[in-house]
Design a binder for this molecule. Structure first.
Ligand code: PLP
Length: 398
């Protein structure tokens, strides 16, 4: 179909919830995507940290094809082979003992919120329900997770919000200490704030937070929806900090492109749920789990993907630092871990995203002035160089 007609129909039939760029993406392979008019783009957005192995990775595609022919969906009333296999993979490669599958990051966080409240009431026998989260955080768009999200702009108009959430400054352990009450059941935190502008905490923040939670007997929930699955150069971001959480949530990169979320916990905490207490129709469906198993196997196979992520992350940051030196009046800060990198600008990033798109490069801007680079973990030096050259040209002309 003609692009003009597609854009017209899009505006006519879809609810107006996204500020979309006026291109239609039709096809992808690895780092590349093509729009319906045949223009080629290098994709440094990667579906917002979703396409960890690039577009249409052959192993994920074959897994989907095979599973689609065998069994697409059955109810969680029955045991599901790919779901069991994926849970085993996640447990064997993390702190966790048990997994609950759902369909998105917000749902994973909802499950984490529900489990921590129920754990205290059912297992510990105390009425603890308050959850401390960080200002500038992002935990999702359902009513409870948007309440957990410490940004008023996502909450405006949806009041009354869900009771029981307290927001404190990120990367400030004293602020959490002051916010703890005898009603507090958990602290929920992103190891690195993503949507909030790629904010990396001090190296000892999470270690101190773990210690604080232990001292008060409260649960540590890590929202690794964005940082998980290799994004920061380790399979999970918590591995950088020498701690483990009580609960961890995953989604974005987990399925290699298909919609899936997961909430992982220790046996002790997972005991807060029993049959009938929490459920979802589609969660852990055979089709998405088969894709996720294929994606996880590629990432865990021989360490190549994680190694590439670490090396390319270093290289990327080095090249961005060079740009910062060259354009000190435009670039304020470079930060990140692995292939989750932010470049804070002294101005609105929107026009730069647009100029990159004209040059065949998809990048993302978050928090207004932070260019966020979250490419597939298989990105190469050459592709990074291509982006740096384009940014240099664009900055030159500002
Ligand atoms: C994207 C994101 C979410 C929400 O995930 P959805 O799949 O959009 O519901 C939650 N937490 C973090 C840290 C995220 O980056």
């Amino acid at each position: 179909m003609e692009i003009k007609k597609l854009l017209e129909d899009s505006a006519r039939y879809l609810m107006n919830t996204y500020n979309r760029f006026p291109i239609v993406l039709r096809k992808g392979r690895g780092m590349k995507v093509w729009s319906s008019d045949g223009k080629e783009y290098l994709d440094f957005v990667g579906g917002i940290a979703v396409n960890c192995l690039g577009h249409c990775h052959p192993k994920v595609v074959v897994a989907l094809q095979k599973q689609a022919q065998r069994l697409i969906h059955v109810s969680n009333y029955y045991h599901i082979e790919p779901q069991i296999k994926l849970a085993k993979l996640l447990v064997e490669n993390s702190f966790a003992d048990k997994v609950f599958f759902c369909n998105s990051g917000a749902e994973a966080n909802e499950a984490a919120i529900k489990l921590s409240r129920r754990y205290f009431r059912e297992q510990v026998g105390v009425n603890r329900f308050r959850i401390i989260t960080a200002l500038n955080s992002f935990h999702g768009r359902t009513l409870a997770t948007v309440t957990a999200t410490g940004q008023a702009k996502f909450q405006a108009g949806f009041e009354p919000l869900v009771p029981g959430f307290t927001h404190v400054e990120f990367n400030d352990i004293d602020a959490i200490e002051k916010a703890v009450t005898k009603e507090t059941c958990a602290v929920m935190i992103e190891p690195i704030q993503g949507e909030g502008g790629v904010k990396v905490p001090d190296p000892d923040y999470l270690r101190n937070l773990r210690e604080l939670c232990d001292r008060h007997g409260i649960l540590l929930i890590l929202d690794e929806v964005q940082t998980g699955i290799g994004r920061t150069g380790k399979f999970f971001a918590y591995e950088h900090f020498g701690i483990t959480p009580d609960i961890m949530t995953l989604a974005k990169g987990l399925g290699g492109g298909v919609p899936i979320g997961a909430m992982l916990a220790t046996d002790k905490v997972a005991a807060g749920f029993e049959p009938g207490t929490h459920a979802t129709t589609f969660g852990g469906n055979p089709l998405v789990c088969a894709a996720a198993v294929a994606a996880m196997e590629v990432i865990l196979e021989d360490g190549f993907v994680l190694d590439q992520c670490r090396r390319m992350g270093k290289y990327f940051q080095k090249r961005l630092e060079e740009l910062k030196k060259e354009f000190p009046s435009i670039v304020a800060d470079i930060r990140g871990m692995g292939l989750m990198i932010g470049m804070e600008l002294t101005r609105d990033g929107g026009p730069i995203v647009k100029s990159c798109m004209d040059k065949g490069l998809l990048i993302n801007c978050t928090a207004g002035n932070v260019l966020r680079f979250i490419p597939p973990l298989i990105v190469t030096e050459k592709e990074i160089d291509h982006l740096i050259d384009a940014l240099e040209q664009i900055f030159d002309q500002l």
